[in-house]
Design a protein around this ligand. Structure first.
Ligand code: ADP
Ligand code: ASP
Ligand code: MG
Length: 408
């Protein structure tokens, strides 16, 4: 008997009708002789609605209470799916993260899974039940409810598949696989039959929200085959798997982008040892991630120090830097929240030169100004003004021959 973990995202459980459709799909799989563990997200829009209510009460809601609130979305869908399965005569039992339990650290709103106790799930599977688990949530050793960061149900599913030794983890969503870029931005994007863990990890961490980054890390580390599929249409989807032959890989496999970016410049700080630490130390102490960093050439012993943070951390970062800048004798602190990061990703970059040149030339032709650049072995990212996002994504998608029908 194969054990399958199936995860259904927010749109897939977005209405009672859709929850019934999920129940049918799950039952068919179970009747075919498989053990089935189902992970569900909150109904689409629900997590945002809860978040808005919290923000209406406080601009910085207490993280522990916020997690208690946000986790309710998934508690609703597991119970409803349980009822839907019962109503078609399928035995099933639902568990919250705490009931499994899925143990996490105590970093509220971005907790990491530390351990999954699979005993209760295995017992239920042995008695022929479908097991339904709430995505996106866990519990600390102290018994507090945590959430895993936006998109965290993907991670719940892959972590469960790893812990239970499942044969495959299927991620059902509102697109029929992983595309060369977000098909909502570039309708000519092409579905990939396969993508390597490494590329998907890079795409996810650069903003492609089709899979949460942590879920790809889990899949890679525990060798869980992951398939991304549509919950509305039949099709092979995209298999996320090990690298095969990188020499044959296209130079660029995909274009990712992130709107969750903000840029901060500390203007005219003294150019001396310790400045980067003086500026970024307090930022990282506040648990704010710094991404692209740019330090300009010094003029008369002064330099501008620029870096990006997630847009939702921008307010906190600016507040911290006010004090730091005064202390350092900087001239000013400038912030810009209307920037985005667009990246080209591909393991084939390792064996091809000239990718950066192609990228910069294509953007220049469209008169898109590059504000910052960052590269790694398999990606090149540029920071640009937000108003150019769509144009930049389509331009790069075309420049690297990624459209449907193009030969790569
Ligand atoms: P779910 O609620 O099922 O978890 P998400 O909204 O989190 O769904 O993720 C699916 C969405 O990811 C798609 O609707 C699509 O707009 C977006 N997306 C971004 N980049 C890609 C990509 N490269 N391939 C496919 N989808 C992508
Ligand atoms: N409901 C959560 C979110 O909207 C988790 C998820 O859908 O994966 O981010
Ligand atoms: Mg998602």
């Amino acid at each position: 008997m194969a054990l399958i973990v199936q995860k259904f995202g927010g749109t897939s459980v977005g209405s009672i009708e859709r929850i019934r459709a999920v129940a049918e799909r799950v039952q068919t799989r179970h009747r075919a002789g498989n053990g089935v563990v189902v992970v569900v997200s909150a109904m689409s829009g629900e997590t945002d609605r809860l978040l808005q209510m919290a923000k209406a009460i406080s601009s910085q809601p207490n993280p522990r209470e916020l997690d208690a609130l946000l986790s309710t979305g998934e508690q609703v869908t597991i119970a409803l799916l349980g009822m839907a399965l019962h109503s078609v005569g399928q035995e099933a039992i639902s568990f919250t993260g705490a009931q499994v339990p899925i143990e996490t650290d105590s970093a509220h709103t971005k907790a990491r899974i530390e351990r999954i106790e699979g005993g209760r799930i295995r017992q239920a599977l042995e008695t022929g039940k479908v097991v339904i688990v709430a995505g996106f949530q866990g519990i600390t050793a102290e018994g507090d409810i945590t959430t895993l960061g936006r998109g965290g149900s993907d991670t719940t599913a892959v972590a469960l598949a790893a812990a239970l030794g499942a044969d495959e983890c299927e991620i059902y969503t509102d697109v029929d696989g992983i595309y060369t870029t977000d098909p909502r931005v570039e309708p000519r994007a092409r579905r990939l039959d396969r993508i390597t863990f490494e590329e998907m990890l890079e795409m996810a961490s650069l903003g492609a929200k089709v899979l949460q980054t942590r879920s790809v890390e889990f899949a890679m580390n525990y060798h869980v085959p992951v398939r991304v599929l549509s919950s509305f249409a039949e099709g092979p989807g995209t298999l996320v798997t090990n690298e095969e032959n990188a020499m044959e890989a296209p130079r660029v496999s995909g274009i990712a982008f992130s709107r969750n970016e903000a840029k901060i410049t500390v203007v005219a700080v003294p150019d001396r040892p310790g400045i980067a630490h003086a500026i970024l130390g307090p930022i990282s102490a506040a648990n704010i991630n710094v991404d692209v960093i740019l330090q300009n050439v010094s003029e008369e012993g002064k330099t501008d120090f620029t870096f990006t943070v997630e847009r939702n951390d921008f307010g906190r970062a600016m507040a911290i830097l006010g004090d730091v800048a005064r202390h350092l004798g900087a001239q000013d602190v400038l912030g810009d929240t209307e920037i985005v990061k667009v990246s080209a990703v591909g393991v084939g970059m390792r064996s091809h030169a000239g990718i950066a040149a192609t990228m910069f030339e294509a953007l220049a032709r469209e008169n898109i100004n590059i504000q910052m650049i960052s590269t790694s072995e398999i990606k090149i990212s540029v920071v640009i003004a937000e108003k150019y996002l769509e144009l930049a994504v389509r331009t790069l998608h075309r420049a690297f021959g990624l459209e449907q029908g193009a030969s790569t």
